[in-house]
Design a protein around this ligand. Structure first.
Ligand SMILES: *[C@@H]1O[C@H](CO)[C@@H](O)[C@H](O)[C@H]1NC(C)=O
Ligand SMILES: *[C@@H]1O[C@H](CO)[C@@H](O)[C@H](O)[C@H]1NC(C)=O
Ligand SMILES: *[C@@H]1O[C@H](CO)[C@@H](O)[C@H](O)[C@H]1NC(C)=O
Ligand SMILES: *[C@@H]1O[C@H](CO)[C@@H](O)[C@H](O)[C@H]1NC(C)=O
Ligand SMILES: *[C@@H]1O[C@H](CO)[C@@H](O)[C@H](O)[C@H]1NC(C)=O
Ligand SMILES: *[C@@H]1O[C@H](CO)[C@@H](O)[C@H](O)[C@H]1NC(C)=O
Ligand SMILES: *[C@@H]1O[C@H](CO)[C@@H](O)[C@H](O)[C@H]1NC(C)=O
Length: 478
């Protein structure tokens, strides 16, 4: 009897810690409804979601679903949260405690900022991040939730390096070392995890000398020897560099969570569906063993990046930024892969259900005019305001002929603007068609219908019109 209970306890506890997470970013012109997302996660056995914001309307859709949610606080709020404890208290009240009730949202972590010490930010968050973390955790504690809910900071793996000495040379970057030391000691004292984003793809894409197989898990890489330890993939080497960095900061036992990991499918020489599949297949197989790394033996929680494509993300780091989704913008899977790492590499992830699209209408290049002077200007306009990141680098859309590329550009903008007829003009060079404009494997998408907010308005309008009609009839009748 006793033994049975212990067994149940172990299964339940391990069951909670286990399970795959995924990031859901919503920097797309049109995003799937949170209801679609919940269903998709359930259908694919993904048990945790990490958000970049804490929009209460989005978060409440996860209530009672059994899906654990990591809330996010964008970097732009760090200064205000650092400045006054009162702001942190208000944030916790408005964005956290409202969801914590019987049948509410399962929240375990709050991500304070996102990669705030990225070199590209020139140190602008350096003074505010730690005080913001401190204030948010204090406010969580004061709300009586400190045992269950931990504040942490997702960091880019560029906050530490190994000085080319292998993982055992790992230490936090010298320009931020003092602050990182404070932060990790705070995490340690608070039983909170260190969250790190690790991207083998970026190492490969940014560094021409990077040994390509080291980015994957196929065993084909030249091993890297570090004292007695042999590393065969970048992920483990990188995680152990973090372990050493934490040890040197006097916080060696802080648990590690990988907050983002994944591979994009377009927008770079190395961003292809085939390489993404190769990466994920190997990755899922690796994590299915629950083995951690040579230095970090515990099981590690992973959050994939990301769930769906985001066609409005900044492409300053590269065109691939808009193609991180395992699923397309509309929740259709891009390639077969088995999230459990135990089944067949031919299994397709389960697509989103009940997705609502706008009408079957495409905007294409008409090519019926003598004057084509405006052609390149119109193309530039469409690409600047829309999304042409699929037209280069060897993906299926890069193989289109010139006139189809123009059509692709026009259509993307047209769809991103909710099929507004005025956006399909381009000085008379474009026309709207109802025949599927897709060319070969290059999908010409149809915008998602995101009219949920409108629907209330429409209902009100139709009720009003009906009432008007009824009174008119009554008037005529009398
Ligand atoms: C999800 O888990 C259930 C129960 O373990 C299993 O039957 C199902 O095949 C899994 N689905 C996917 C997509 O992995
Ligand atoms: C709650 O979160 C939202 C979204 O992150 C943010 O815009 C808002 O300012 C937050 N509320 C407070 C009181 O800080
Ligand atoms: C950081 O500095 C560079 C060079 O001075 C500048 O181009 C960039 O806009 C700055 N970034 C931020 C976030 O301030
Ligand atoms: C799928 O796995 C099998 C067996 O491990 C392997 O031979 C094959 O190359 C894989 N296929 C793809 C498309 O990755
Ligand atoms: C297609 O466009 C490219 C670049 O704009 C140009 O160099 C090429 O000549 C065009 N090809 C045709 C067939 O018009
Ligand atoms: C427009 O159509 C003509 C005739 O069909 C064709 O020769 C020409 O290449 C097209 N122009 C572009 C830019 O596609
Ligand atoms: C257009 O055709 C493509 C390729 O056959 C298909 O995948 C897509 O679903 C079609 N779009 C619509 C709206 O029917």
């Amino acid at each position: 009897m006793k033994r049975a209970w212990v067994w149940v306890w172990v299964v339940v506890v391990v069951g909670v810690a286990e399970g795959l997470g995924v990031n859901w970013g919503n920097q797309a012109a049109q995003n799937l409804h949170p209801r679609n997302i919940v269903q998709m996660l359930k259908d694919n056995n993904i048990s945790k979601v990490k958000l970049f914001d804490s929009d209460a309307w989005v978060v409440k859709h996860f209530a009672g679903t059994g899906i654990e949610v990591m809330l996010g606080i964008p970097n732009l709020h760090l200064a205000s949260l650092a400045d006054r404890y009162k702001h942190a208290k208000e944030w916790v009240k408005a964005n956290l405690t409202r969801h914590i009730h019987e049948g509410g949202v399962d929240i375990k972590y709050v991500a304070v900022g996102n990669e705030p010490f990225l070199k590209a930010y020139n140190g602008s968050n350096l003074q505010t991040t730690y005080p913001a973390l401190w204030n948010i955790q204090k406010a969580i504690n004061e709300a009586g939730l400190g045992d269950k809910i931990k504040a942490t900071i997702p960091q880019n793996a560029d906050v530490y390096d190994s000085g080319n000495k292998g993982p055992s040379g790992g230490d936090f970057r010298s320009d931020i070392r003092a602050t990182m030391k404070q932060i990790v000691q705070f995490l340690r004292d608070n039983n909170a995890p260190f969250v790190v984003n690790i991207y083998p793809f970026l190492s490969l894409s940014l560094n021409p000398d990077f040994p390509i197989e080291f980015a994957f898990f196929s065993g084909g890489a030249q091993p890297v020897q570090d004292g007695p330890i042999t590393y065969t993939n970048m992920l483990e080497a990188n995680l152990d560099t973090l372990v050493w960095s934490l040890r040197r900061a006097g916080s060696g036992n802080v648990p590690i969570i990988v907050g983002e990991i994944g591979w994009p499918t377009d927008g770079d020489k190395y961003a292809t569906v085939d390489l993404a599949k190769k990466f994920y297949d190997g990755f899922f197989k690796k994590i299915s063993t629950s083995k951690g790394t040579p230095l970090y033996k515990d099981e590690i929680e992973y959050y994939l990046f990301g769930l769906t494509d985001e066609n409005m993300k900044s492409i300053a780091p590269g065109d691939f930024e808009r193609h991180w989704g395992i699923f397309r913008y509309d929740g259709q899977p891009k390639f077969p892969t088995d999230f459990t790492g135990k089944g067949s590499n031919k299994t397709m992830p389960v697509a989103a259900k009940n997705v609502k699209y706008l009408e079957r209408k495409w905007c294409v290049y008409a090519n019926n005019s003598e004057t084509t002077d405006q052609l390149s200007a119109s193309m530039e306009y469409a690409c600047t305001n829309g999304d042409c990141t699929a037209l280069k680098y060897g993906g299926p859309c890069s193989k289109l002929d010139n006139s189809s590329k123009i059509s692709y550009a026009y259509n993307m903008l047209f769809q991103m603007m909710y099929q507004d007829v005025e956006t399909c003009d381009f000085g008379g060079l474009a026309k709207i068609v109802t025949r599927n404009a897709t060319v070969g494997n290059c999908l010409f998408p149809i915008s998602l219908n995101t009219d949920w907010a409108w629907r209330v308005g429409t209902d009100v309008t139709s009720t009003f019109l009906l009432a008007l009609l009824v009174s008119l009839l009554l008037l005529l009748d009398s």
